[in-house]
Design a protein around this ligand. Structure first.
Ligand SMILES: CC(C)(COP(=O)(O)OP(=O)(O)OC[C@H]1O[C@@H](n2cnc3c(N)ncnc32)[C@H](O)[C@@H]1OP(=O)(O)O)[C@@H](O)C(=O)NCCC(=O)NCCS
Length: 154
């Protein structure tokens, strides 16, 4: 049985994130912590070099997830994502999560949690990043608005 708790610890980075209204979650199997991840609100960033953006009220950006290696492949990541969606459903209507293109495990877990692909992020020839529609123009536009990046043709 998978149990998910919101956790508030005091390590420096965690404290800084919590102060910017980010919320950490830990998934447990019995007494064993098996996975963690964050739900971000307000100012945050992704990638390297980092792209800073603001998560508007009513949205959440889910980030920085990992399942312990011994527990992978058991649906814990999608279970944790779903538990966060449920826990935050009263405060947020729209949730965003990114994965690296080559991270198949992450992509599969996100898909299993019920997310729909909004867009792909590409390096642009002229520099910077842009979003390419991946099936829904509207979602791509909303994703571009969230990240402060243009939607471009491939
Ligand atoms: C991505 C990650 C969180 C997925 O967690 P998980 O609880 O194993 O997720 P799932 O059980 O849904 O498995 C997802 C996919 O992982 C792959 N997988 C299955 N068993 C695996 C194993 N033993 N080891 C690694 N990957 C495995 C499969 O592709 C699986 O999809 P499938 O079941 O449809 O074939 C985990 O692999 C991880 O911590 N990776 C390192 C950190 C990371 O990439 N974080 C994501 C940042 S967004």
């Amino acid at each position: 049985m998978l149990r998910v708790d919101a956790v508030f610890a005091r390590a420096a980075e965690i404290a800084a994130r919590v102060e910017t209204v980010h919320r950490p979650y830990v998934a447990w199997i019995g007494a064993t912590p098996v996975a963690y991840g964050w739900s971000a609100a307000g100012r945050t960033r992704f990638g390297l070099p980092p792209v800073s953006f603001s998560v508007p009220p009513g949205d959440r950006y889910l980030m920085d997830f990992a399942a312990l290696p011994a527990w992978r492949g058991r649906g814990i990541y999608p279970g944790l994502l779903q538990a966060i969606l449920e826990a935050e459903a009263t405060d947020a209507a729209r949730f965003w999560v990114l994965h690296h293109r080559g991270n198949v495990a992450s992509a599969r877990g996100i898909e299993k949690a019920g997310f729909k692909l909004a867009a792909e992020i590409w390096f642009l020839d002229e520099g910077g990043l842009g979003l390419v529609d991946a099936g829904s123009e509207e979602r791509a536009r909303e994703g571009g608005g969230l990240l402060g990046l243009p939607v471009v043709e491939k």
